[in-house]
Design a protein around this ligand. Structure first.
Ligand code: NIG
Ligand code: FE
Length: 416
C-alpha cells in the first residue's frame, strides 16, 4: 500500500502570519479589516489566537516568529461537507449509457448505479479501499480543504459498512485532516434484501447502526429518501434510531422528486438537507424553523444533466444557510474540486461569489456541526486557513480547473 505522508512531522505553523489580506465575511465579525488592508493571523500552539490589522498587533505577540504572508488572500480552510469518498471501482460505463439517453433511475433499476459500486466495494479489502481513497482525498486537500465529510453506503452490510467507516477514520489520521463520518446504511436496498425493504431497515436500525455507533465510527446518520431508495416512513424509522443513540441526522432529500423528505428531516433536527432540487415551500419553512443547512451539489446536477434547479431565491428569502459540496462519488458526481463546485454553484444555480465562498467554508462547517471549530478565521479556533495567490476573492470561483498554488495551514501545521 502507498505509504502516507508523515503528518506529525509537518512544520509547525505557530507564529505571526503577515501580511495577509482577509477574504470578506470569512473572519470573525468583531474584527474590522478592509479587504485591501494588511492583516495578521497569530498562531500559538496550533490555534489562531489573534486576528486583525497588522498595525494593531498586540506587543505580546511581537516576539513570535514571523511567516511571510506575501500579502496573499487568506480564507478559512475549505470544508467539503458531502462526499462518498470511500468506494471500490468506477462507473465510466454509466457515463456513456447516460450520454446515449439512459436515465440515472433506469440504470439503477437495471442493477447498475449504486449497487454496482456496492459490488466493487464489498469485493475490496479495507486496505484496498484506503489505497483507492487516499489519492482522492489528497486532491481535495491540495485545494485547501481542511475538513471533509465521508459517507458509508456502499457496503450495505455490517462488515462492509464498517470497512468504509474505518477507512474514513484512518484517512483523517493519516492526512491530519478533520473527517466527519456519516453512516448511510440506508443508501440503497442490498440485492439480498430485494423485495424486503422493511426487513433491511429493521437491520439497519436494530443492529448495524447501534453496533457501528458503539465502535465510535459514526458522527452522523443519513438516508437516501427517494423513489429508487427509501420511503419517508423508512427514513423516519432510521432517524428515530439515530436520535435514540444521540446522533445527528441529515438527508439526501428531494433530489429526483419531492418526497417531502426535507420537512421530515427538519422535524428530526437535521444538520442538513442535501441536493434539494425539488424542495417544496413546506420543506423550506421546516428547514428554517429547525436551523437546517441547505447543501447544494452542483456536480450531481451537472453530471446527471438535471434541469430542475434548487429553489435558491426562496431559500435566500428564508435566510437558510447555503452550503456547497462536491458530493464526490463514482456515479453522479465524479468530481474532486471544491472550487469548481463553487464556480458551478454560481453559474448553474445563481449564487453570488460571496455566497459560494461562504458555502464552501462557514456554512459547510455548520452543515457538519463544526461551526465552532472550522469555516471561519477567528481567534480560539484550530489553525486551519489557506493563503491564495490571487488578487481578489472572486478568483476562487472564477478560474476553471486552475487549482491555484495555495499555501495551507491545516490543524496548526504547514501542510503545503
Ligand atoms: O449523492 N443520491 C444518492 N447518492 C449519491 C449517488 C451515489 C451513486 O450514484 O453512487 C448522490 O448523488
Ligand atoms: Fe451524495
Amino acid at each position: 500500500m502507498q505509504s502516507p505522508a508523515a503528518f506529525p512531522s509537518l512544520p509547525c505553523a505557530d507564529g505571526r502570519w503577515q501580511p495577509v489580506r482577509l477574504a470578506p465575511d470569512l473572519f470573525q465579525a468583531d474584527v474590522h479589516v478592509a479587504a485591501h488592508e494588511p492583516a495578521c493571523i497569530v498562531v500559538d500552539q496550533g490555534r489562531m489566537v489573534w486576528v486583525g490589522p497588522e498595525d494593531a498587533l498586540p506587543a505580546g505577540h511581537a516576539h513570535l516568529p514571523r511567516h511571510d504572508g506575501q500579502g496573499q488572500l487568506a480564507t478559512p480552510g475549505l470544508v467539503d461537507c458531502h462526499t462518498h469518498l470511500v468506494y471500490g471501482g468506477q462507473r465510466a460505463d454509466e457515463f456513456a449509457l447516460r450520454l446515449a439517453g439512459a436515465s440515472y433511475e433506469e440504470i439503477a433499476r437495471a442493477g447498475g448505479g449504486i449497487l454496482s459500486t456496492v459490488h466493487a466495494t464489498r469485493a475490496a479489502s479495507e486496505d484496498e479501499l484506503l489505497a483507492q481513497a487516499l489519492p482522492r482525498l489528497r486532491q481535495l486537500l491540495a485545494e485547501g480543504v481542511c475538513a471533509v465529510e465521508i459517507k458509508s453506503g456502499y457496503g450495505l452490510a455490517l462488515a462492509h459498512e464498517r470497512k468504509q467507516l474505518r477507512v474514513a477514520r484512518r484517512l483523517g489520521q493519516l492526512c491530519g485532516v478533520t473527517v466527519q463520518s456519516t453512516f448511510l446504511g440506508a443508501h440503497a436496498l442490498p440485492p439480498e434484501f430485494a423485495g424486503r425493504s422493511q426487513a433491511y431497515i429493521d437491520l439497519v436500525c436494530d443492529h448495524m447502526l447501534p453496533t457501528l455507533a458503539a465502535e465510535r465510527l459514526v458522527d452522523a446518520v443519513e438516508v437516501f429518501c427517494e423513489r429508487i431508495a427509501f420511503s419517508p416512513a423508512e427514513t423516519a424509522q432510521v432517524f428515530g434510531a439515530a436520535r435514540r443513540l444521540g446522533l445527528r441526522v441529515k438527508l439526501h432529500a428531494e433530489q429526483r422528486s419531492n418526497m417531502e423528505g426535507a420537512a421530515l428531516a427538519a422535524r428530526h433536527g437535521a444538520l442538513s438537507c442535501d441536493h434539494i432540487e425539488h424542495l417544496s415551500a413546506r420543506g423550506i419553512a421546516a428547514m428554517r424553523s429547525a436551523g437546517t443547512v441547505a447543501v447544494l451539489l452542483p456536480g450531481a446536477f451537472y453530471t446527471l444533466r438535471d434541469t430542475q434547479r434548487p429553489p435558491i431565491d426562496a431559500l435566500r428569502a428564508a435566510g437558510i444557510p447555503l452550503a456547497v459540496a462536491t458530493d464526490h462519488n463514482p456515479g453522479s458526481s465524479p468530481c474532486l474540486s471544491l472550487l469548481l463546485m463553487a464556480n458551478m454553484a454560481c453559474t448553474l444555480f445563481g449564487l453570488t461569489v460571496p455566497e459560494a465562498l461562504s458555502g464552501i467554508t462557514r456554512h459547510a462547517a455548520r452543515a457538519l456541526g463544526l461551526q465552532d471549530s472550522h469555516g471561519l478565521i477567528a481567534s480560539g479556533r484550530p489553525a486551519n486557513f489557506v493563503l491564495w495567490p490571487v488578487q481578489q476573492a472572486a478568483e476562487l470561483a472564477y478560474w476553471l480547473g486552475q487549482r491555484p498554488a495555495c499555501r495551507i495551514v491545516r490543524q496548526g501545521r504547514i501542510a503545503a
